[in-house]
Design a binder for this molecule. Structure first.
Ligand code: MSP
Length: 504
């Protein structure tokens, strides 16, 4: 069985989950489900980033210890993911012992190899970002609370790996995606890379993983958090598991954390002599009125506000359909409503209703047996086969929106086929098995099943209930089959209610 290891970023535990976080997590869930349905052994990892200044300050404000604070706050993420039907295999928290122990081992390893050294550094420091920034970054004005700081710290020899990294990027076409992001990173690497400051003195910040070789310091949060991708799958603790799943097939994230993932992370791995992930994929941002959705701007949309009101699947569908992977997308309630009504209530919902009502009324709820196919039947079947190939390809190259659009094309094709065939008329003349209407309804129900299989990763609950009602119980690993003709005649349909009521 082929393995497939995919990750989301570790979200800052202090943040309230919003639809930006939900987007990446749903996307990874969708990709995981697609790969599971293709019979792969999927490992989907998510989790929370729990150390650093902001957590320490938030805990102080609430008058609780940082550990109590994160133990409480992590549940906000866990409960939202549960409600959004996120099927992760593992949730890692950077405060867990399985992680902190191994971060210390790696720090020791790099120190012993001579890749970590101490130095005094004077430079511009952004308190809000918790890192030293370059003069150019300071000029750009995007960092807040900037001050000059002189401090002794530990540094990772990131610069030593610059050329090796450039070579790797150039010789592995799939390493950074999309292409524009790869070029951005290659542009960034044209300048000399600085070494990375990987410690913070405890006098300034105590909430972090203590350096194993100097107890007056804790580890810089990014150095700590990035390592989750290998500690979670058992680096140097469960060697069999680690060797099986590593390298990751995909690290998914938005473009805001491209540099940390495409420069810090691979050079850290090189220093540890660990192979690099196959693909780092950065998607765009969800914007509101041209601004990135974020807590500091104060424009966040909470995923459950929409999911509780209109359904989890409605939210999942909108987020997956309305963002072209790699580009930014704008959220508005109007675009949500339009998308839902057009695709789910009208196209998909209507087709489900039409098919189920006719089969119930004229075939006693049993899927009719088709007769000989005429020209129109053969045309619609051949179009279906063509679209199936296209959808599979789109899903394969992560063009999720395109896969969905072509699935909707499939559904619209059946709606048109119905207009030509008018089974509601022909069935009144003859509702025998193998009659015209029996053939039309069989074809339509079968294409509905195929379309529902493709929608299943996106809207698992609703599409799953339709596949089940057609009596083809889905089992992600074995029964996902989109070949035409798998639907069995004479199966009894379950009743189905109006699955996508219109939003007015
Ligand atoms: N803790 C770091 C990541 C460490 S990974 C080892 C971090 N956390 S975060 O909470 O800020 O999450 C950032 C990620 O959340 C983005 O890369 C993206 O996946 C998701 N998003 C947050 N806001 C988003 C939008 N407005 N739009 C799209 N995705 C967004 O960075």
């Amino acid at each position: 069985m082929k393995k497939f290891y995919i990750t989301t970023p570790l979200y800052y535990v202090n943040d309230e989950p919003h639809i930006g976080h939900a987007y990446t997590t749903i996307l990874v869930d969708v990709i995981s489900r697609i790969h599971k349905m293709n019979g792969e052994d999927v490992y989907f990892l998510t989790g929370t980033d729990e150390h650093g200044q902001k957590v320490q300050e938030a805990a102080e404000k609430r008058n609780v210890t940082p550990l109590n604070h994160v133990n409480e706050y992590v549940n906000r993420f866990k409960s939202v993911w549960k409600k959004l039907n996120i099927n992760y295999n593992d949730f890692i928290r950077t405060t867990e012992k399985r992680h902190t122990d191994k971060v210390k081992d790696i720090l020791n390893l790099l120190k012993n190899n001579g890749d970590i050294y101490m130095d005094e550094y004077e430079g511009l420091y952004s308190v809000s970002e918790e890192r030293f920034i370059t003069d150019k970054e300071a000029e750009e004005g995007i960092f807040r609370q900037v001050k000059t700081l002189k401090e002794k710290n530990y540094f990772f020899k990131m610069s030593k790996y610059q050329n090796k990294l450039i070579k790797h990027i150039n010789s592995h076409q799939d390493f950074i995606k999309p292409e524009s992001r790869k070029n951005e990173i290659l542009g960034f690497l044209k300048k000399d890379l600085n070494d990375l400051c990987i410690s913070r003195p405890k006098s300034r910040l105590s909430w972090g993983i203590e350096l194993p070789f100097d107890n007056k310091y804790v580890t810089y949060v990014w150095f700590d958090a990035l390592l989750n991708y290998i500690t979670a799958i058992g680096w140097e603790s469960d060697i069999k598991k680690f060797n099986y799943y590593w390298p990751a097939d995909y690290h998914l994230m938005a473009k805001d954390i491209l540099t940390t993932h495409c420069v810090y992370w691979p050079t850290m791995l090189m220093a540890c002599n660990i192979s690099l992930p196959k693909t780092i994929f950065a998607h765009g941002w969800w914007l509101i009125d041209d601004n990135k959705m974020s807590k500091s701007v104060g424009n966040i949309i909470k995923p459950l506000d929409l999911a509780d009101k209109y359904g989890v699947d409605a939210l999942r569908y909108y987020l997956m359909r309305n963002m072209v992977l790699g580009q930014d997308a704008s959220y508005s309630f109007n675009s949500f409503k339009e998308r839902y009504n057009a695709d789910l209530a009208n196209d998909y919902g209507n087709l489900v209703n039409r098919i189920f009502i006719l089969i119930k009324k004229y075939y006693n709820n049993y899927i009719p047996e088709p007769g000989n196919y005429d020209k129109f039947d053969l045309e619609v079947i051949s179009k279906t086969k063509k679209l199936v190939i296209e959808i599979n390809h789109a899903y394969d190259v992560l063009k999720i929106h395109e896969g969905i659009e072509n699935t909707l094309n499939l559904i619209r094709t059946v709606n048109k086929f119905f207009e030509i065939k008018t089974p509601w008329k022909s069935v009144k003349e003859n509702n025998d098995q193998k009659s015209k209407s029996a053939t039309t309804l069989y074809i339509a129900a079968e294409i509905l099943r195929i379309a529902s299989c493709f929608l299943y990763p996106i809207i698992p609950s609703k599409a799953g209930s339709i596949i089940q009602a057609l009596n083809n119980h889905p089992n992600e690993q074995y029964d996902y089959n989109t070949s035409f003709g798998m639907l069995k005649p004479n199966n009894k349909l379950d009743d189905i209610k109006n699955i996508f009521p219109r939003i007015d």
